[in-house]
Design a protein around this ligand. Structure first.
Ligand SMILES: Nc1ncnc2c1ncn2[C@@H]1O[C@H](COP(=O)(O)OP(=O)(O)OP(=O)(O)O)[C@@H](O)[C@H]1O
Ligand SMILES: [Mg+2]
Length: 359
């Protein structure tokens, strides 16, 4: 177990600066997920921590050691890649032991570590098979096993489940979480662009965009108090509804005013100051909008209904904007039906429309 600190890291490919002034402090034993769209720099950050890429500026610390210029093999890390190239001619046992044999680890110690990893990953009965005789999920477990058998402080995972079908992904996701606990909470840094994986696995998650960490916090805070419109829109499906307007001072409190409606903000907890009349976006998640035939102040027309079993997503027209509602699956709706909606104030997210930052 060790903490990982990245300080003012800058990484470039030729003239392209992929990461700039990047800072992140990961606690010992923490399961941290790096989440972001394709090309945002997740793998670049992970590979830099692993020592597979050189920093053009900044430092990387693992525990109390500055490892910025250390070789990957000296950093005390185990890495699992998206394309887990197993050695095809070796058995599972051979694949697991290869690195240890090369490093001259004594045979009884190799056997002990392999047995422990196999037991953790439930692959004891596969040890004599070759990779071609395994399912995708089993191969992925062997790839994870190869990292586990090494004596490391930090595990790095780069989209280890993305090659698998949805059911297997869910199954291995649960197992990874269990593994983290059973390994006595070893430090894990896990890259994905799957938000469900991030929300379910992470103690804390860093949402990245264009080489910058937009927010680093618990899944709960990221989901309920996103720091800006990018985080708010990227995490959550269907995505958060955004409505454009402005914040205006009314008597003793503020209100959100758009061409379509007025939404009081008397109870909204502003984290950043705003001036009256400033452009703003109101964000509300599809599951937080309430249908209220009596008190509902926002009138919307149903355009499309998507039944999904447990829940139903209803797409409505609110004047000129489309909004999504996520409702219990046992209700039925007709297109062109009029719904009266309320936006509970404690569920609102307000953003500055110029900077995108949370208000
Ligand atoms: N070897 C390279 N040479 C030049 N540019 C690169 C190289 N590797 C990555 N890049 C660029 O750096 C940026 C970040 O790439 P990176 O692989 O870190 O993204 P990512 O977030 O891991 O994306 P994905 O989800 O698609 O794996 C991208 O714009 C990419 O095109
Ligand atoms: Mg990547």
């Amino acid at each position: 177990m060790a903490s990982v600190s990245v300080k003012n890291l800058e990484v470039s490919f030729g003239s392209l600066k992929v990461l700039r002034e990047l800072n992140i402090d990961i606690r010992s034993g923490e399961f941290v997920v790096l989440l972001g769209p394709s090309g945002c720099g997740k793998s670049t950050l992970l590979n830099s921590i692993a020592g597979l890429l050189d920093a053009s500026a900044g430092q990387i610390w693992i525990g109390d050691r500055n490892v910025t210029w250390e070789e990957p093999k000296d950093r005390g890390i185990g890495m699992v890649f998206q394309s887990y190239a197993l050695y095809p001619r070796m058995t599972v046992e051979g694949n697991l032991s290869f690195g240890l044999r090369m490093a001259g680890v004594p045979k009884p110690e190799i056997a002990r570590r392999i047995n422990a990893a196999a037991e953790l990953l439930h692959i004891e009965n596969l040890m004599k098979r070759r990779p071609s005789e395994l399912s995708g999920g089993q191969r992925q477990r062997v790839a994870i096993g190869r990292a586990l058998v090494r004596d490391v402080n930090v595990f790095l995972f780069d989209e280890p489940l993305s090659n698998l079908d949805a059911a297997l992904r869910t199954e291995l996701r649960v197992e990874l979480k269990r593994l983290h606990r059973e390994l006595g909470n070893s430090t894990m840094i896990y890259v994905t662009h799957d938000q469900v994986e991030a929300l379910t696995l992470a103690d804390r998650m860093a949402v990245m965009h264009r080489g910058l960490i937009q927010q680093f916090d618990t899944p709960r805070t990221i989901y309920h108090h996103p720091a800006n419109t990018f985080v708010a829109g990227f995490v959550g499906s269907p995505r958060m509804n955004f409505l454009k307007g402005r914040v205006e001072q009314r008597a003793n409190s503020f209100a959100f005013v758009s061409d379509q409606f007025v939404q009081p903000l008397a109870q909204y907890n502003f984290v950043n100051a705003t001036g009256s009349g400033d452009g703003a976006e109101l964000g509300i998640r599809p599951e937080h909008i309430r249908i209220d035939p009596d008190q509902g102040t926002h009138e919307a027309t149903v355009e499309l209904v998507e039944p999904m079993g447990a829940e139903t997503v209803v797409w409505c027209r609110l004047k000129k904007q489309t909004i999504g509602l996520r409702l219990e699956g046992d209700q039925s709706f007709e297109t062109q039906q009029t719904l009266r909606l309320t936006f509970p104030e404690q569920r609102l997210n307000m953003f500055d429309s110029n900077t995108g930052d949370r208000l």
